[in-house]
Design a protein around this ligand. Structure first.
Ligand SMILES: [Zn+2]
Length: 442
């Protein structure tokens, strides 16, 4: 009789494979962190012994969601400055607060809070861009999540590094130390084309090419950015980066809201990984990325939340719903951004953006066991006619009961297994009191 580590039985298995296979009353077997078998239980009962058996009756079993773009330590600024213009938000609140409070110690509090929130809302992998990413790598590897981490670089001092040169040296050390880790990948990062000089862009691109690493960047987020490049460089932000040799399939391009038709063609042809962040774009009134056009062009698109200072949460279920509604509303066409396309975006799409689609993003034999189990018994989940519709339009992150990464259970029946949440809550509140006192000066 074959032995497995985990057996998930009797669930509706939404594989998100290329055939959109859904198995009713399915069984999924895991050993050594890998998915070994998936099959419909009825008329196919197989003999096995499992160290852990999970009854997934009245539950969905689906791939862990993948957040293609965020800044996890920013959870400490959740709800700190809302409903104001982008420039005021950034220059009067976020940047000064980061200089004062984004210390190594505080960043770890924010990152752990984000990890707790992501695990509890079904995200098992994320791509981060912030500061002190070596410390974040240590924390996340202990918690057991999967991540692509990148140290934010720009022309001015960061809370971590006094100069861009210091930042580059830190990023190299970060890459060399962590990139062989089984669950942590390291990317290089340029904050944005308007905060990084040409010299810095060229140097970091050269470095990421030498290291065969991904390059993470914000691009074409606002109308201001688009107009700035038209005025100063006589080209779009995407064309500007293309001239510098940055537009290729190793690029993770967050936003891509203000792009021309020829930019769309270029992004699709070069297989750039696009991280779509609809809630952040709506909240900061940046605009709607042309997702239907990008989908038509067969572009590589994943879904992200961006940092919670501009969202204000890490719930990818909410983000899926927003994405589906935004593009229908924006294009006056209810047939675009279908539930199936949006689920693919939050799973296999984001996995492709992060070059992890050979390991995660779908439930298939041989892939890593990054799995979530979602409750279907609540009133808002009844009745169930179409699984994809239910996931995108009805369910939320709080319906996720169990989250698993590489066969390790990080949450079971909504209880976090690798984070002491009671202790974390106290640390978060203590820090929030200090930030509140600072805010009272405004
Ligand atoms: Zn961002």
């Amino acid at each position: 009789m074959t032995h497995y580590d985990i057996a998930i039985e009797n669930g509706i298995i939404v594989t998100v494979d290329s055939n959109h296979t859904i198995l009713d009353k399915g069984t999924l077997l895991v050993k050594d962190g890998i998915i070994k078998k998936i099959y419909t239980t009825e008329n196919n009962r197989q003999d096995y012994v499992a160290a852990k058996t999970i009854n997934a009756s009245n539950k969905l079993v689906m791939p862990g969601l993948v957040n293609a773009h965020t800044h996890i330590p920013m959870t400490i600024y959740r709800g700190f400055a809302d409903d104001m213009p982008l420039q005021k938000w950034l220059h009067d609140y976020i940047f000064p607060a980061e200089q004062k409070f984004s210390t190594k110690e505080n960043i770890l509090i924010g990152a752990e809070l984000a990890a707790a929130e992501m695990i509890r809302s079904g995200t098992t992998c994320f791509c981060d861009m912030y500061f002190f990413e070596a410390e974040i790598a240590t924390l996340i590897s202990k918690i057991g999540m999967r991540a692509v981490l990148s140290e934010g670089l720009f022309d001015f001092p960061s809370p971590n590094c006094k100069t861009p040169k210091d930042g580059i040296n830190y990023a190299i050390k970060l890459f060399d130390k962590w990139n062989k880790h089984p669950f942590i990948d390291i990317a290089f990062c340029l904050h944005a084309p308007y905060t990084c000089s040409k010299e810095l862009i060229l140097e970091v691109k050269k470095l990421s090419t030498e290291k065969k690493a991904l390059l993470n960047i914000h691009i074409a987020e606002s109308e201001w950015e688009y107009n700035h490049f038209i005025k100063t460089e006589r080209c779009t932000p995407v064309e500007y980066l293309d001239k510098l040799g940055v537009i290729d399939n190793k690029l993770i391009a967050a936003h891509c809201v203000h792009v021309s038709d020829s930019d769309i063609e270029l992004l699709a042809n070069k297989k750039v990984g696009i991280a779509h962040n609809p809630e952040c774009n709506m909240k900061l009134a940046s605009g709607a990325a042309p997702i239907p056009k990008l989908l038509d062009a067969n572009a590589n698109i994943g879904l992200g939340t961006d940092g919670v200072a501009s969202n204000n949460n890490h719930d990818l279920f909410q983000e899926m719903r927003t994405a589906a509604l935004l593009h229908k509303f924006n294009s006056n066409d209810s047939t675009v951004a279908t539930a199936t396309q949006i689920i693919e975006m939050a799973t296999i799409g984001s996995a492709k953006v992060l070059h992890l689609d050979d390991k995660i993003g779908s439930l298939e034999v041989g892939k890593q066991a990054d799995i979530i189990i979602v409750d279907l018994t609540q009133p808002h989940a009844k009745p169930l006619y179409n699984v994809y519709s239910q996931i995108v339009y009805s369910l939320s992150g709080s319906d996720v009961e169990t989250s698993i990464v590489a066969g390790k259970i990080l949450m079971e029946n909504r209880k976090l297994k690798t984070i002491n949440y009671n202790l974390l809550k106290t640390r978060v509140e203590t820090l929030a009191n200090i930030i509140r006192a600072y805010l009272s000066f405004f």
